[in-house]
Design a protein around this ligand. Structure first.
Ligand SMILES: Nc1ncnc2c1ncn2[C@@H]1O[C@H](COP(=O)(O)OP(=O)(O)OP(=O)(O)O)[C@@H](O)[C@H]1O
Ligand SMILES: [Mg+2]
Length: 292
């Protein structure tokens, strides 16, 4: 079970997010990025956030803590933005929250170096969950206190939109050529050897149990929330066993940004002169000889 909190204040929308997530404060004094059940992307996106986010965390990847947030739409009444007001009105009840990482930066492959082992683990994990949303256009990785954090697992497990074809779809390859970590020499084989044995039926049962009943109960073709939870297990188990053999990593296209090759330190523009003070230092920076 995820921790359950109650929203006490809607702070501000996050316009970068396609689903218009918002920052909210809750009754545990925490600040969360809230994803709304009333958003156009639908409840399945939130189910995917929980199953994949909790799975990633149990595999040792950094994923901010997830909680469920109870929302009384009345907290949005003072909200001036009509789009936000509508979203809050449509989202009464349980929603998803992710611990807000204050001061985090969006990952930039030109500025931050990632090791082959970590890049391999993240790409293997994204192949497992079929994540189409970790490209260099939309990395969904944050850098916080010098570490990489994984966010936004809503666009994953494409097969849960078509259950009859789930097992076949789960056998499909994963093209990682566009993945933001593709240029970092990802050691996918090592990641598979380390992580695949951890993906067991018990572990998957545990992460599926974190999804609230109300987001599963109305799933067409199933008799109960528990039945839907069980349906997630076989495709993920099958994929964990051998997906590493079906990950493609083509040469990155010439038009895309590459990795951090010391680019920042070599090409920083010259710093402007300090306003008075240390003249020797200023002379070094402008290429003059000091001590004249
Ligand atoms: N836990 C967090 N801490 C700090 N900032 C966050 C956090 N989660 C998300 N953000 C910020 O909010 C933005 C939108 O979040 P997210 O990608 O999860 O939303 P989304 O609606 O699913 O986005 P999209 O589908 O457009 O990628 C992120 O790009 C990031 O800048
Ligand atoms: Mg995103």
């Amino acid at each position: 079970m995820l921790q359950e909190v109650v929203a006490t204040r809607y702070v501000t929308p996050l316009r970068e997010g396609g689903s218009l997530p918002g920052i909210v404060e809750a009754d545990d004094l925490g600040t969360y990025v809230m994803k709304f059940t009333g958003a156009g992307q639908g409840r399945k996106t939130l189910v995917a956030e929980i199953i994949c986010g909790e799975l990633g965390r149990r595999l040792g990847l950094r994923v901010p803590e997830l909680v469920t947030i109870e929302l009384d739409p009345v907290i949005g009444l003072a909200e001036p933005d009509e789009e936000v007001q509508e979203l809050l009105r449509a989202s009464g009840g349980l929603n998803l929250g992710m611990d807000y990482l204050p001061g985090s930066l969006g990952f930039d492959p030109l500025a931050y170096e990632v090791g082959a082992a970590e890049a391999g683990r993240i790409i293997w994990f994204d192949a497992l969950i079929n994540n189409v949303d970790r490209s260099w256009r939309n990395p969904n990785l944050l850098v916080w206190h010098g570490d990489l954090w994984l966010i936004d697992h809503g666009a994953t497990m494409i097969w849960h939109h078509n259950w009859p074809g789930a097992q076949t779809s789960a056998a499909k390859p994963y093209n990682a050529s566009d993945h933001v970590l593709a240029p970092f020499g990802p050691d996918v084989a090592a990641a598979a050897a380390e992580l695949a044995p951890l993906v067991t039926e018990e572990l998957l049962t545990e992460v599926a149990a974190d999804v609230p009943d109300v987001w599963l109960a109305a799933e067409p073709g199933f008799g109960s929330a528990e039945e839907v939870r069980r349906a997630y297990i076989a495709p993920l188990l099958a994929r964990a066993a051998d997906i590493h053999q079906r990950i493609t990593l083509d040469e990155p296209a010439a038009t895309r940004p590459s990795r951090a090759p010391g680019w920042l330190t070599e090409r920083l523009p010259p710093r402007s002169k300090p306003a008075g003070g240390d003249r020797a230092a200023a002379a070094v920076r402008t290429g003059e000889e000091g001590g004249r």
